[in-house]
Design a protein around this ligand. Sequence first.
Ligand code: 5MY
Ligand code: ATP
Ligand code: ZN
Length: 461
Amino acid sequence: MYVDGREEKIRMERVLGAEDAKDWVYRGEGAVNLVLAYTGSSPPFVGKVLRIPKAPKSNVEHANGPSMLTTHECLLWRDVKDLASSPNREIAKQLYVECVMCPLLGAEFIDVGVRIFVSKEFLELVEENVHCQRPAWRVDASKVNTLCDSAILMSDHSIFSDGTLKGEPCISVEIKPKCGFLPSSTFIAEANCIKRSAPRFRMHQVLKLQQQEVSQISEYNPLDLFSGSMDRIQKAIKALFTMPQNNFRVFLNGSLIFGCLGRVSDGASLVDEDSFEDAIKSLFHAEKGLRTTDFLKLVSEAIHKSKVLDRLLEVQKLDSYDIEGAIHAYYKIVSEPCVICKNLNEDTLSTRYDSLHSISRDESLEIVGNYLKAATAKDCSLMLSFRMTEEGNRESACSNINLESTNQSFEYKLYLIDLDMKPLEKMVQYYKLDQSIVNCYNQMMKLELVSPSVKLCENMS
Ligand SMILES: O=P(O)(O)O[C@@H]1[C@@H](OP(=O)(O)O)[C@H](OP(=O)(O)O)[C@H](O)[C@H](OP(=O)(O)O)[C@H]1OP(=O)(O)O
Ligand SMILES: Nc1ncnc2c1ncn2[C@@H]1O[C@H](COP(=O)(O)OP(=O)(O)OP(=O)(O)O)[C@@H](O)[C@H]1O
Ligand SMILES: [Zn+2]
């Protein structure tokens, strides 16, 4: 939700110092941000979370604080108001959410948040306080960027903070849907044609298993979630519940009750349905053993009813050239010799990518800009929160769903989080990862090591 300029100013004037650190507790983190929830009683912060940038431990560039956009990124986003002139990447990222993602996905689903100043002492204390709650592999990879002087304050989407129904329990689900379509770009090499029929998520699972990033292959198929069919959405939600990995989490009144904070313990053994049934007792009136089914149905219905995934899919599809096409446009933008064309072997039609090297710079910028917007949409998460409501209560701004089995009525709200701009230089990494995923999958197929359920997805679009 947008916050008016006056409120933004008040928050900008308030600097979080050492004395405030005790009121902020660990909520979660991704690869680049640490998120804290507020437990104090100061009104401007009640019901809010703070999103703080982290710095990779291996990256010496961050020793000087938040970086700037590169010259090529300024060129790429030149048409976006004030983005290219942002004093640093963190401010640029917030403008990107507001000026690029909101118009594409709908401002009603997005909370841009407000920037608030934080002192070095605050960040150092927070780092110390949350240390033992962070997954070890995240601690090894990154730390709070104590050289940043600001962080983003936004609504806590795992609770209802309007205060109208105080004390009413709230259950929320975080879903990272990933890519919901099969690419059909003509620039996909013949050797990689499997990409046209096997969902990216499923193929990536095979690589992740080989690299021990996951302990089992997830049965989740993003194409089901984005299908618009209630049966297939339910199938996707069940698969996510069975193997949540980093794609599915459940919070009860803001506390994580299901799923994990990282990839470490992603196995099915984590799924303790019995204690989950107990935990959701206050919200679902069905008998023990039936509550999880009701909960999963509720989530599926909300997704089916909302149009948000349709919009997300449209933005994901801005990637119409696939990385195998967009990478050539990238080399044109950065004015470097194209490494891909240089390494083409004799069997490959040497003129195959000529058209991409002969287009104008503006066209190259459009191809890569669209690819990066799509990358953001493929990596964001949905937060869906539910609370019980009187049947027929239409006063609320939220939507309602009736659970027929127990005749309970729920209202829900839906937000998209983590709509960060992806760095232009990641294009090279995207190309390499794509090749690794396809090579690994093709190899496993040859050795017939890909399970029938993974293969089965290949013909489902
Ligand atoms: O490349 P992918 O598909 O593996 O996605 C990355 C995610 O991995 P996943 O496969 O979802 O576990 C990855 O998630 P994890 O760190 O694995 O939880 C990040 O979200 C990463 O984005 P960024 O570096 O934070 O900007 C994501 O990178 P982007 O591709 O979105 O840049
Ligand atoms: N507004 C919010 N309300 C409630 N929880 C949130 C909110 N924003 C983030 N979180 C929690 O914090 C976690 C980390 O946030 P986020 O996904 O923004 O981090 P990130 O580093 O940008 O992620 P990624 O690795 O995908 O790039 C989320 O998975 C979610 O559980
Ligand atoms: Zn090329």
